[in-house]
Design a protein around this ligand. Structure first.
Ligand code: ADP
Length: 238
């Protein structure tokens, strides 16, 4: 059997981080001029771009709901985003991630204000180094805001997991692959509502509590970065 990769050396993670430390975050708005709103989010070398189109009349028409708008999400990993070329197009993983992304975003949007309309969210992963679904959700939340869509709150997301026996946040690719457990987590930070919670692997009850506490604290940090980038945009407009 292949020997398991060591993820903690001298009390630090492979990239020198502490357990509760996020990778360097970069966020930008207005990335895709044809979209109504768009955003770029980088966590270390994981890069996601989200574009939002709508609310607009929904086609095909049979999907239209007389009482509410709907949101559709597509998560896509570029073939060049990983070391070995990824087969282009949707697969089981991307279909699942598209669905959970929609569920993570849906509760924050005032969809009832847009009967018969649709909002399309396209997430493109340009570089994948772990935690891509949560990077995509952070980007999508910014892009929805950038599109001026009325929302109850932003959505902030992060991953947490257990690596070499320690609970740690924002798993990079090698950490994800070799983790004992990993969790994808999203929440509406000012409302305190959790909108995504997925877990692979096994944790004790105590470890799960610790992981969720770390995820919540980390989402608050991400939320601050999201707010800052949005404020900068509107400061420019003034
Ligand atoms: P997430 O990216 O949200 O953590 P997964 O746990 O499914 O979702 O994937 C973990 C990581 O595994 C990805 O971020 C990426 O670095 C890597 N990965 C996923 N799919 C592929 C693939 N087809 N080829 C190579 N690496 C991949």
């Amino acid at each position: 059997m292949e020997e398991k990769m060591k993820l903690i050396v001298n009390g630090k993670r492979l990239d020198g981080r502490n357990f509760e430390e996020l990778r360097p975050i970069e966020m930008r708005l207005d990335m895709v001029s044809r979209a109504n709103g768009s955003a770029y989010v980088r966590f270390g070398s994981t890069i996601a771009i989200a574009s939002v189109f709508g609310p607009r009349e929904l086609f095909p028409r049979h999907l239209q709901q007389p009482e509410t708008g709907i949101i559709r999400c597509r998560y896509n990993m570029a073939p060049f985003s990983v070391e070995e070329r990824k087969h282009p197009g949707p697969d089981r993983r991307s279909i699942e991630i598209s669905k959970v992304t929609r569920l993570a975003l849906e509760p924050t949007i005032f969809l009832e204000d847009f009967p018969k309309a649709g909002i399309d969210v396209y997430i493109e992963i340009l570089q994948a180094d772990g935690s891509t679904r949560v990077a995509g959700i952070n980007a999508a939340s910014l892009a929805l805001t950038d599109a001026g869509i009325p929302m109850r709150d932003l959505v902030a997301a992060c991953s947490v997991g257990k690596i070499d026996g320690h609970i740690a946040v924002d798993l990079a690719g090698d950490e994800d692959k070799n983790s004992e457990a990993d969790i994808a987590f999203a929440m509406l930070p000012s409302k305190g509502k959790v909108t995504l919670l997925q877990m692979d692997g096994i944790l004790t009850k105590q470890e799960l509590k610790e992981a969720l506490k770390l995820a919540k604290e980390s989402c608050k940090k991400i939320y601050e970065s999201q707010k800052q980038i949005l404020k900068e945009k509107y400061r420019k407009v003034e």
